[in-house]
Design a protein around this ligand. Sequence first.
Ligand code: ADP
Ligand code: MG
Length: 310
Amino acid sequence: MKKRIVIALGGNALGSNLTEQMEAVKNTSKAIADLLEEGHEVVVSHGNGPQVGMINLAMSEYAKNNPGQPEMPLSVCVAMSQAYIGYDLQNALREELLSRGIDKPVATLVTQVVVDPADEAFKNPTKPIGAFMTKEEADALIAKGEQVKEDAGRGYRRVVASPRPKEIVEIETVKELLDAGQVVIAGGGGGIPVIREGKGLKGVGAVIDKDFASCVLAQNIDADAFIVLTAVEKAAINWGKENEEWLGEITTEQARQYMGEGHFAPGSMLPKVEAATLFAESKEGRTALITLLEKAKDGIAGKTGTAIRK
Ligand code: ADP
Ligand code: MG
């Protein structure tokens, strides 16, 4: 049965530097091509932690070494990371598809995601980004209105908010491309965070969680399945303990119960389970799946992974 699927790729799908990424995307493309070969419609989204960190650091150095040059806003760095990752991924996927005799256009979409300026997250920024700084550098940044925190004795780092995604600005374009039979890479790094200002959109210095942004993307294109591909085959309760139990098929109620009991680590597995649950709850017949990159095909066939259904 042909499905409309959103795949959210984790860090292991892309590696953490230029060389690793070029290698990793080949393997990742195989997993995506497996689904396309079965006739599914696929939208790919992905994380960007190491990549946006690298771009942000390079741009800070540039500003430092070229007096008069402004700091590159984080929103612009996210846009750059979408293009850089999309470039590697779309080419690897195109090549993998051609090698299987599938002639399908693949394109990356620079994607903006609207956040609410009143989001509670802006009151208490928690996400460290960029390079470690000295006290003096930190004070200079604070004077400019940025938030800076001391990070576990290792120095000072800028912290930004991680607000919830509300709306994908380019959603109609994603749908048009999908309807035309194309493969779309969208919402990279959780999207470029923007707020609405009249008719305009203004980039904000924040980072949107890619699992939540992909969940909104999946809902808005009316996907049948939302697959979070990561470094583990299944989510577990009592993870890492003696009574560890890997989860197969669970209901949204069970997922909510396990989240409440604190079984999933915040910042890694929790956002995945929460995003998966939100998707499954959003409409009858929607399935969310968390599994290993290499197991995407088996997962969609119901053979493995943690599947969450209403
Ligand atoms: P990604 O880059 O794919 O977003 P993360 O590292 O953010 O990956 O999250 C996946 C990781 O979450 C797993 O590799 C595992 O180490 C960790 N994890 C935390 N809690 C759990 C759990 N309860 N069950 C399984 N994995 C968990
Ligand atoms: Mg993660």
